[in-house]
Design a protein around this ligand. Structure first.
Ligand code: UGA
Length: 445
């Protein structure tokens, strides 16, 4: 009999997991406290922009393999065999992890398990600091259900490695599957499920303890974030050395198989809902255990400095920013998403406004999100041309493909002053600096 699956919390990870499983024919229930989100899903619409997701979601709703339920964890447990927990784990003001949602879902899951006679597996997919599943989730489940973990129900920790912008693809094409389990039976059941799900293309599956699985997630994100801050450090050194170019340095470094070419794009640094939050949570968790992770602190510091640099470049070119019109191209934290959480656009625009500049911003999909952040302190353009019109300087913040195609002449034709600051190393400095006043990250002039 095919297993039935439920997913609690339909953010990026939850919805992509739900749609990924439903697209392979599994019966999936997606559950969330947000009735508006669930209504949208049941009508076949995605609550957020993610390439390919909407089409698959609507297909699954039509085929009946996916349905949404508002806040009915008892039904979710009764009607399925596995439940993924994919609720948010935001940061507290001190950077440590806020487990409020995890705890409240665990209480409801425990109560639902109490009512169920058969075996059920709970799978924590939310990113949680090492020790959480064993020391927080497990006791709540056992207390509320009055049942024994490993006997009456199973508990696993299965971190997610999908990237926004290619989330749906990543769900179906994982590099590896990590399964932390409380007991071997639950781990083996989940492994068998993934072997069936991936059919002929089974990625490496690592079974381990709950805490190791939790740490694998943080270590992976911290490594990627550190790689970005490392190349940005090299970029900052390059800027001091005439003739040095970080792009060429990164290309050559990346050819060393031990280093690899990915995540060596120097620029404004990392944003998004994961890297900043996860690096901070790992620092806080490590410090709570009595170890100060110097390297991770430096990763964070370097990342915070990067956005200030492009505003400095602007000032060097214009003298003062007061009453100058600055065009900002790109608001999303990276291309192919409308997500602006921790986007580098936020500190950049905030600083430009503080210096008295008039900001005109454009993004292919994130304008609505930006409006909720900046309200009417920023002017929102409807196209690139509209954004550049009469601008004194342009800053490229997000490397959307439509911006990569722009020519130096295009900028010159539409701006008041032909000054461009490339925050993502998208444009060829040799070509662009012939036509424009051009500054970019990691180039010794
Ligand atoms: C990241 C990880 O890549 C995923 O594996 C992980 O599952 C996810 O976090 C998560 O924890 O849920 P994501 O936040 O979607 O995924 O975005 P990335 O593509 O990793 O990019 C993060 C930020 O780093 C972006 O702002 C991007 O512009 C920046 N970046 C990336 C660089 O500045 N340079 C690079 O070379 C690569």
């Amino acid at each position: 009999m095919q297993l039935r699956v439920s997913v609690i919390g339909v953010g990026y990870v939850g919805l992509c997991t739900a749609v990924g499983l439903a697209s392979q024919g599994y019966g999936v229930i997606a559950c969330d406290v947000d009735a508006q989100k669930i209504d949208k899903i049941n009508l076949g619409f995605s609550p957020f922009f993610e390439p390919g997701l909407r089409e698959k979601l609507s297909e699954c709703i039509q085929r009946g393999t996916l349905r949404g339920l508002v806040n009915q964890i008892d039904r979710v447990v009764a009607e399925t065999d596995f439940t993924y927990v994919t609720v948010g784990t935001p940061s507290k003001p001190d950077g440590s992890i806020d487990l409020t949602y995890i705890e409240s879902v665990a209480v409801n899951l425990g109560r639902a398990l109490k009512q169920k006679s058969g075996y059920h597996i709970i799978i924590i997919k939310s990113t949680v600091v090492p020790g959480t599943t064993r020391n927080v989730v497990l006791p709540i489940l056992e207390t509320e259900s009055a049942k024994k973990c490993g006997v009456d129900f199973g508990l696993c920790m299965n971190p997610e490695f999908l990237r926004q912008g290619s989330a749906f693809y990543d769900t179906l094409n994982a590099d590896r599957v990590v399964i932390g389990s409380h007991d071997k039976h639950a781990g083996d059941q989940l492994e068998a499920f993934y072997r069936e799900f991936y059919k002929t293309c089974i990625p490496p599956i690592i079974q381990t303890s709950l805490s190791t699985a939790e740490l694998i997630k943080y270590a992976s994100n911290a490594m990627l974030a550190t790689k970005i801050s490392f190349i940005n450090t090299i970029a900052n050194i390059c800027e001091k050395i005439p003739g040095a170019d970080v792009k060429v340095v990164a290309e050559a470094m990346g050819l060393d198989k031990r280093i690899g070419s990915q995540f060596l794009d120097a620029g404004l640094g990392y944003g998004g809902s994961c890297f900043p939050k996860d690096v901070q949570a790992l620092i806080a968790c490590s410090e709570a255990f009595g170890y100060v992770p110097e390297l991770l602190n430096a990763t964070e510091r370097v990342n915070k400095q990067q956005p200030r640099k492009v505003v400095e470049f602007c000032k060097q070119q214009l003298g003062t920013l007061k009453n100058k019109q600055i065009a900002v191209l790109g608001l999303a934290f990276k291309p192919d998403t409308d997500d602006m959480r921790e986007s580098r656009a936020i500190p950049i625009i905030t600083q430009l406004l503080a210096e008295g500049a008039y900001v005109v911003a454009y993004d292919p999909v994130a304008i609505q999100t930006a409006k909720s952040i900046f309200q009417n302190s920023v002017c929102y353009a409807v196209s690139v041309v509209d954004c550049l019109r009469d601008a004194d300087c342009c800053i490229l913040v997000t490397q959307w493909p439509e911006f990569e195609k722009l020519t130096p002449q295009f900028f010159k034709n539409h701006m008041k002053q032909a000054i461009l600051v490339d925050g993502r190393r998208v444009y060829d400095p040799e070509i662009f600096s012939k036509t424009l006043k051009f500054s970019t990250i990691g180039l010794g002039q």
